[in-house]
Structure formats: structure tokens, C-alpha cells
Design a binder for this molecule. Sequence first.
Ligand SMILES: Nc1ncnc2c1ncn2[C@@H]1O[C@H](COP(=O)(O)OP(=O)(O)OP(=O)(O)O)[C@@H](O)[C@H]1O
Length: 209
Amino acid sequence: MKTSTSALTARSLSYAYDGRDVLHGVSVTLPPGTVTAIAGPNGSGKSTLIELLAGVRAPRSGEITRCGAVALVVQRPSVPDTLPVTVFDVVTMGTWARRLDRRRARSEVAEAIEKVDLIGFEKQPLAALSGGQRQRALLAQGIVQEAPILLLDEPAAGLDSASRRRTREILAEYATRCGAAVACVTHDDESIVAADRVLRLESGRTVVP
Ligand SMILES: Nc1ncnc2c1ncn2[C@@H]1O[C@H](COP(=O)(O)OP(=O)(O)OP(=O)(O)O)[C@@H](O)[C@H]1O
């Protein structure tokens, strides 16, 4: 069900790296139950914007109102070979804030791992996965949080076309099932077409379609 109340509202966001302005007065509304694609050329400010929306960075000016917790899925971080964290561990971390009992947490983790097609990889260290598999493990960690706001930075980057389609389905299903506001940085034309809303950036400014 789609409602018009906003889960996240950002007004006139500006941001600068080392005194160089990269976002100029960007406003965003993310309604519950919808997927918003954040699109635009390389360097247009998409990742910076998603980090501002998530609260990882503070805007130079402007304001952000969030209706609840935010889950952020970052773009494939590199993992040191020595870090003994498994797919199961990574996805389980996503349940911590929900304070589920052990049995329920295990069942939700298993469900999320199945959704992203990583059954059989549970005990694999994250560092031993391919880039695309790691990306899918992070997606599972994001959705298992069941946060009312889910923000993702290029969750489909480097995925094959079947996995990109699966990612689109997972995000649409998540938005509907949890009534969550989902926003996703993407260069994938099919994801942009499939999204409920599109926010396009160019040189740090919103482009009106
Ligand atoms: N850590 C940083 N320090 C300095 N400048 C940065 C930093 N991160 C990004 N920038 C600059 O900010 C601008 C916006 O970068 P950003 O990564 O947000 O763009 P993007 O649209 O996500 O790009 P891409 O599609 O290539 O991922 C670019 O000009 C970039 O060079």
C-alpha cells in the first residue's frame, strides 16, 4: 500500500569536500512503500547524497527529517583477508538492533540469505566471496534490519543481469512488505525504469525531468 506521508524529507541540502561544493540545495522526499532511484552521471553527487540522507555525513546546510531508523547498504567494501567474518555473521549483525530471540534471528537470517541466493555460502568468510556475492550479502544485511528507511549505494553494481533483476524484486517487495521508503543509487537503466520515483542529479543539482 502506498501512502503520501513522507518517511524521510530533506530540504535544500548542500555539501562541500575541502571547500569544494558538490551538492547544491538538493531536496528529497521518500514516501513509505516506494522505491526511489537516485540516478545521474559519475561524480554528480549520488553517493554523497545517500550518505547525507543516512546521517553518515552532515550537510553544510539544509535539514533532514527521518521518521525512524535507517539501514544503509554501502557499495562493496574491501574486506581484509584476516577478518574472520562469515556471510552468516554479516547478515546476523543486521538483526542486532531488533533484539530478536536467538531462534527468530536465525530464521530471519536464513530467510534473507535465501532471498539473495547465497544458500550454501553461510560459513564462507566474506573475504572469500566474489564482489557480486559480497554485494548480495550486504543486501541481505540491509533487508534483515527491517528499518523503515532503506538506503543503498549501487546495490546492483557488478551484478549479472539475473542478480540485478533479483535485486530490483527484493527492493520492491521490501518496500511493500515493510511499508518502507527505499532509495537506491543506480546506473542500471532497468532499475531506473522499474522504480516508483526517480531523482536525477547533475553536477550536484536535481534535474527536473
Ligand atoms: N572523499 C572525497 N573527497 C573529496 N572529494 C570527493 C570525495 N568523495 C567524492 N568527492 C567528489 O564529490 C563529487 C561527487 O562524488 P560522488 O561520489 O558523490 O558522486 P557519484 O554521483 O556517486 O559518482 P559515481 O557515479 O562515480 O559513483 C565528485 O566530484 C567527487 O570527486
